[in-house]
Write a protein that binds this ligand. Structure first.
Ligand code: 9WO
Length: 255
């Protein structure tokens, strides 16, 4: 996969993508990253990329022309590499929510252009003319689109075949199954008076799998009930969740 990021801070995006899973996948050639800086398309002597908003108010808006030139260059580079019609994605709090399903779809694209805005955003005419999808990675505002773009890149790259090793892939499957992950423990067996759950020490792999599924169901029920409602449960899972509820009640009442 080929990813182009339009950003005023190319070193930030390039640098962060060199770590961990995305960095290794990049070294192995599973994906490439290039950046285009709207600053390089500025035409005045101050190299302006922003101006004051029509209608007044605080802050600045990114100029239509420098932004459109930068997006055109990103698309052109991808086209030269055989990606005929790359999707252009603008990261903004006004976008549609990013879900696992959307990430899986994007991972199937041969190339993507990600637009990271700064200031109060980009001129709306560029959203209309040059952007295919406006996406939000959460219901909050940050200072620019670079970290949201990196988050999207990380989530997409880990879906590329060969990006994760076997151990990492199996963890992935639990979230794909629509549940939150179960709790994890490592040495020591007792930490500051708090013991690892006994079932994990006995080596009975069927019981361990059952306990972990119970914890995953229980946590999802407690923290993200809407995920559980959307997914539904098998008869066996419903039984495990009932056990979880009983056990947490017993803890709460001190029995
Ligand atoms: C800044 C601002 C300041 C005063 C009044 C209103 C304001 N709105 C914004 C704003 O939304 N700035 C954005 C910064 C413009 C687009 C890039 N920025 C951004 C993207 N912040 N947060 C995101 C983002 C992207 C995807 N998912 C979550 C957040």
């Amino acid at each position: 996969m080929r990813i182009e990021v339009v950003t005023l801070f190319p070193e930030l995006v390039d640098g962060a993508s060199r770590y961990g899973v995305t960095g290794r996948a990049r070294e192995r050639g599973l994906w490439t990253l290039d950046t285009v800086n709207p600053r390089d398309y500025a035409t005045d002597r101050h190299k302006s990329v922003d101006d004051r908003p029509y209608g007044g108010g605080p802050g600045m808006v990114m100029l239509a022309e420098t932004m459109e030139c930068a997006i055109a260059e990103a698309r052109e580079r991808l086209r030269r590499d055989g990606v005929a019609a790359a999707k252009v994605i603008y990261l903004s709090p006004q976008g549609e929510p990013v879900t696992h399903k959307r990430i899986a779809e994007l991972a199937g694209d041969p190339g993507l252009v990600l637009v990271a805005g700064r200031y109060e955003g980009i001129d709306e005419r560029i959203v209309e003319r040059a952007v295919d999808q406006e996406l939000a990675v959460g219901d909050f505002v940050v200072s620019g689109g670079e970290l949201p773009a990196l988050l999207l890149i990380d989530a997409v790259v880990r879906q590329l075949p060969g990006a994760l090793n076997d151990a990492q892939s199996s963890v992935e499957e639990s979230f794909v199954a629509g549940l939150l992950d179960f709790p994890h423990y490592t040495r020591p067996e007792v930490y500051e008076g708090s013991a690892v759950p006994a079932v994990l020490l006995l080596g009975d792999h069927r019981r361990i799998a059952r306990w972990r599924l119970k914890q995953a169901l229980g946590r999802t029920w407690l923290r993200r009930p809407e995920l559980l409602a959307a997914r539904g449960m098998s008869t066996e899972e419903a039984k495990l969740l009932e056990e979880f509820k009983q056990e947490t009640q017993e803890q709460g009442s001190g029995e």
